[in-house]
Write a protein that binds this ligand. Structure first.
Ligand code: FAD
Ligand code: DHB
Length: 388
């Protein structure tokens, strides 16, 4: 087998890169270790920045997103039981789009199938080879048979637990990591959202987030113990706890129902530097993780992909500049998103054994910012993200 770009991983990063490269006339094959159905069953992100939406339009996969996505011109922060709105539209002139990662992945998979582009699902024992030379490759097992794919470049879009970053000699890689002492318990349910906009709640019992997927489907999250297991949380316990963390009017309005999906995500900040090793590029969660509070993970994956696609298109037109600057360009943006995500997480969550003094400072910092136009503007600008 031979192609120009071998893409490892069919998450949003890999699929979007494949689509953009194909539009630029660059051949690519995606190698994914899971089944298509498994990839589609993962319920994750919900908020797309305007830059991400523009990139999806450019890739030609924005039709259903514009039809079914929910444009949001603001969100609520709930501090001490009081709702305070961050008016994204007024403060930045921009809106975000609520559209589930699952739907986006489905659109990208459909577009790929329609364009007749090759993907290998359920690939076993995936290995990346010779990326420090001119003829890199990928070895894997498909339906019990060993296969080898030769290529010009490898795009490591295989998420945090993938093999691409793990294949880089440790001496070439610097990693930065912070693990938070709590997780998020998420529930997806076919109930109408409690509020027209997202609500991020800081509460003495812990953080909560009210999000949504449509007028009839809601996505809620609760800060939980980092050791917690999903089986310990019945649906009833989840709804009861969410009600406790919401202001009285929202708690009274909250409609509960059976969980369609329930899962726990750990919270971590992580950056691997650099993001290019010869002919191997890392993109998305393979290179960095943000805690989900700032809604940045999927959007960062999209911005890496925008830079990588442009770099590779330039390369095939004869310029290596984009390829050489890929890592630096991505990392500048990544560290800004890391900062915002860490900051939102630090101010909105309750830390175990947190001294009362620190909790009061959290509250004071949030109030200080929310009460000033400058502070609101700063939150809004970070939330809608930088243009690509
Ligand atoms: P992934 O989605 O992890 O995809 C990687 C793919 O590679 C997977 O399909 C995996 O099976 C495959 N793979 C792994 N190893 C191998 C291998 N060895 N060989 C072949 N394939 C392999 N982000 C936002 O922007 N906004 C949000 O609102 C938001 N909310 C979130 C809420 C939660 C609860 C969580 C957990 C995450 C959230 N995120 C959010 C983050 C977002 O989901 C991720 O950043 C995004 O999925 C990254 O995409 P990716 O393609 O880089 O990685
Ligand atoms: C969702 C997830 C987030 O992490 C976030 O900040 C906002 C929304 C969601 O899944 O809808």
């Amino acid at each position: 087998m031979r192609t120009q770009v071998a893409i490892i991983g069919a998450g949003p990063a890999g699929l979007l890169l494949g689509q953009l490269l194909a539009k630029a006339g660059i051949a690519n094959i995606i190698i994914e270790q899971r089944s298509r159905a498994h990839v589609l069953s993962r319920i994750r992100a919900g908020v797309l920045e305007p830059g991400t939406v523009a990139l999806l339009d450019e890739a030609g996969v924005g039709q259903r997103l514009h039809r079914e996505g929910l444009p949001h011109g603001g969100f609520e922060l709930c501090i001490d039981g009081r709702l305070q709105r961050i008016d994204l539209q007024a403060l930045t002139g921009k809106q975000v789009m609520i559209y589930g990662q699952t739907e986006l992945t489905r659109d990208l998979m459909d577009a790929r199938a329609e364009a007749g582009l090759e993907s290998v699902y359920e690939a076993q024992q995936v290995e990346v080879l010779d990326f420090d030379g001119r003829q890199p490759g990928v070895r894997f097992v498909q339906d019990g048979r060993a296969r080898e794919l030769r290529c010009d470049f490898i795009a490591g879009c295989d998420g945090f637990h993938g093999i691409c970053r793990a294949s880089v000699p440790p001496a070439l890689l610097t990693t930065h990591e912070k693990v938070y002492p709590f997780g998020w318990l998420g529930v997806l349910a076919d109930v109408p959202p409690v509020s027209p906009e997202l609500i991020y709640v800081r509460h003495e019992r812990g953080f909560a987030l009210c999000s949504q997927r449509s007028a009839t489907r809601s996505r809620y999250y609760l800060q939980c113990d980092s050791q917690a297991r999903v089986e310990q949380w019945s649906d009833q316990a989840f709804w009861d706890e969410l009600r406790r963390r919401l202001p009285a009017a929202e708690a009274a309005r909250l409609v509960s129902g059976p969980a369609l999906e329930k899962s726990i995500a750990p919270l971590r900040s992580f950056v691997a530097e650099p993001m290019r090793f010869g002919r191997l590029f890392l993109a998305g969660d393979a290179a960095h993780i943000v805690p989900p509070t700032g809604a940045k993970g999927l959007n960062l994956a999209a911005s890496d992909v925008a830079y990588l696609w442009q770099a590779l298109a330039d390369f095939y037109r004869g310029s290596e500049l984009g390829v050489d600057h890929y890592s630096q360009r991505c990392l500048q943006r990544i560290w800004k998103a890391e900062r915002f995500s860490w900051w939102m997480t630090t101010l909105l969550h309750r830390f175990p054994n947190q001294p009362a003094f620190d909790a009061r400072l959290q509250e004071a910092e949030l109030s200080y910012l929310i009460e000033s136009a400058h502070g609101r503007g700063m939150i809004a600008e970070n939330y809608v993200g930088l243009p690509l």
